[in-house]
Design a protein around this ligand. Sequence first.
Ligand code: PMP
Length: 766
Amino acid sequence: MKNRCQSAYQKHLIQCINAQCEKTKQHVGQHKAVFANNRHSAGFTEVLKELTFALVVNKARDAYIRDLDENEYLDISMGFGVHLFGHSPGFIKAAIGEQLSSGIALGPLYEHSAEAAERICNMTGNDRCAFFNSGTEAVMVALRLARAATAKDKIVIFEGAYHGTHDSLLAMKQHPVSQEAIANVPGISPALVKDTVLLKFGTAESLQYIESHAQQIAAVLTEPVRSRHPEEVNPAYLKELGRVCREHNIAFILDEVITGFRVSNGGAKALYSLEPDMVTYGKILGGGLPIGVVAGKRKFVDFIDGGAWKYSDDSKPGSATFVAGTFCNHPLTMATAVATLKFLEENSGLQKELTDMTASFCACINTFCLSERIPVSVANFGSLFRFLIKGNHRLLYPALLKEKVYIWEGRNCFLSSAHGPEELSILEHRVKKCLIEMKASGFFPESKTVSYRDPDDWYLRAAITIDDTLDTDWLMLSFNYVCEQANVNRQYPLSYAMDSGDGPAATNNIHLSVKEEHGQTRLHLSAIKSAVDGWSLILMLRSMGKCYEALEKGRPLPGSVFDDRDKMNNWLGNIEVKSSIVKASEAFTLTEFLPASSYEQAPAATLFEYLLAKFACTLGIGEHHIGVPLSGQLAARLINSFGSYSCLIPIRITSANTDFPLADIKCQLKEGRKNFRHFYSLRGARRFSAVFNMDNLLHENSFAGRKARIVPLSDSHSNHPIVCNVIAEKEGLHVSLKYMTEIPEEDARNMLRTFCAEITSTAYVY
Ligand code: PMP
């Protein structure tokens, strides 16, 4: 059953895409009545009805396409694998322009056709070839030639392969154990599939079947690697198929409509040293214009025209079948084919580079999925790749569309030479973002983190009160998403949960408790101290606000706000930190409130520096070491780092500077910041005479456009004898003094009284 977060995410996708593709949907809806196009209904399901349409574009260039709503998408469909050189490459445009100036006569041939044939045969190692208009047509003709040459009828194809839309190949198995095929769509006469045999690719049984039925089999037709299963590469099996076919007078046909010119200039045939009787090509070869090619051994291709008879001797055409087509050898296509072939000859390293790039993209996503425990992977064959996903994980495709990555409905993806390092990095980033969104929405329940916690660890807390009631589903999605972002690249991911109870249930590493009262919403966020600091808690709450706002407005969720973990770790120099977990001791707390009107701030100092100096004055004669918490995020200037990076910087107060040690304190704070890494490495190992902290709430806060108040809830665990915490707000200062049982109550009271008196006295002595 779908959980609430999954439904919320699905709703989010529909909202985003409806807004993003408004004009496309309007256009599609408006013209459906007259314009029939099955791509607008591909993969239809009731729930995703609003996401079912084919994108309508008005521009395509390099690796990008632009839709009617002016969205620019990174295209990884690249014309179903046609555009190996990106959209509208200059040399193709030039070839088309030149041919247009020579006209597009049909009937007579231009010289281009013969030149294209010579180049293809040269490049691919075939004897002869002929031109058609599509891959489907090429496959249809290849089968006709096979039947003509062998005088047999049956055709073997393999489950999960695709060879175009010729009737006899739109077949599926009738029965799990029988090899006979039936039509897999309405409208195909059973007679047209009765000679089609559907076998499993890669099995010995299939080879045996072919051998034992060789008398009836005219051809074995296979893709070198089925485009729907790029993970199943088996050249040894292809060789075996070739051998069996050779031994039994069966035409071995390699359908390289996708792989031809993509995996190498000679296609998979050259890559694996295969010797097929015929090969079909299409796609790339046409340079963007429609094409289909049948190439192969004379024995078969000669059935197109009766063979290469000569003039001025007694040779004549042999037996032939019949092929024809108004648009075969179309001058524009032939011109772009020649341009493509020339370009490939001159750039022979192109395919290898693309293959390497695709493989490294797949490896990167696969490593990410493995470390995030996301059950998705990507497989490639050459520069063709495919996400291997199941069931409701298919929501990844609309998620990617929302992130402006275009993948067509058949889901085969392709890189082109227009996809450079920048495009790869964009793609990687967007794919990861979508996977994290889906993980946060509960689509990969098996990836859920199990809670781990040191028994001595404790929770750090922060709360935010928002002047409005909020949508709980959007809130939960925001919270989950921010937690997932925070978990990326963590060796020990933090478990998290949200509830609408009164307080944090101490089972998860991060906990969000939501409470609504009198039209206000209070979010109470707590997280284990060893992994999350106060700075990070506030960062989380702020990020949640941004996510919530995006969800509410039907806009894509923002990318991760958190800095890459490695950045902070590198800055810290991978310091080995002594345990920061300190057993808490029993303590009492005194509080006081100083209205804003009762004090003035010293000039040339921050409020914090000023209050710290005042606090130092209250400690009395002698030498004192005050621990002052400092955020690593500030010291490293990596303010968006999520983690536990705060530590106490020591401020030494001696009798000599107790008067009003502001200048000295400023100096020491500066030094402390400079030596942050040293103090960080000693984290938790030192006991100070006192700790002084201030949380500044002077700036107005908001959450998704609503007024909000963020309150850090003071860290009550420590073993320092005195902890003074000040929360600075517009209305004044909330001072609290926590003291341990070893300090007499009277002393603590005196100290708080003196501190408050110090603050409210206006005399500054420097
Ligand atoms: N064979 C294969 C392996 C294909 O992938 C395709 C189409 N993608 C075809 C044949 C049919 O080609 P077309 O769409 O040009 O008819």
